[in-house]
Design a protein around this ligand. Structure first.
Ligand SMILES: [Zn+2]
Length: 83
């Protein structure tokens, strides 16, 4: 199964939490190797989770992921248009 970016975004918090199954984890890692967008998301998501973990809250800022996904979806659209 080949993952697209949206698929990775859906599972990225589970990936960070280590709750994805091994097969999916491998797929995500393979995707991250060649996808700068998802690598950047992983980094920023991880940073936010680390910050909130210190306060023992595990919620992302309200609307954070929605806004992020929206922006990324637009960038992806633009990418496919220029090709
Ligand atoms: Zn991607």
């Amino acid at each position: 199964m080949k993952l697209d970016c949206r698929h990775v975004w859906e599972h990225i918090s589970e990936y960070i939490d280590n709750t994805v199954d091994a097969t999916l984890r491998e797929d995500i890692e393979r995707h991250l190797e060649h996808c700068e967008i998802c690598s950047a998301i992983l980094d920023s998501t991880r940073n936010i989770l680390v910050l909130t973990a210190d306060d023992r809250t595990f919620e992302l800022p309200v609307g954070y992921s929605e806004r992020l996904h929206e922006r990324l979806a637009k960038e992806l659209e633009q990418d496919s248009k220029t090709e």
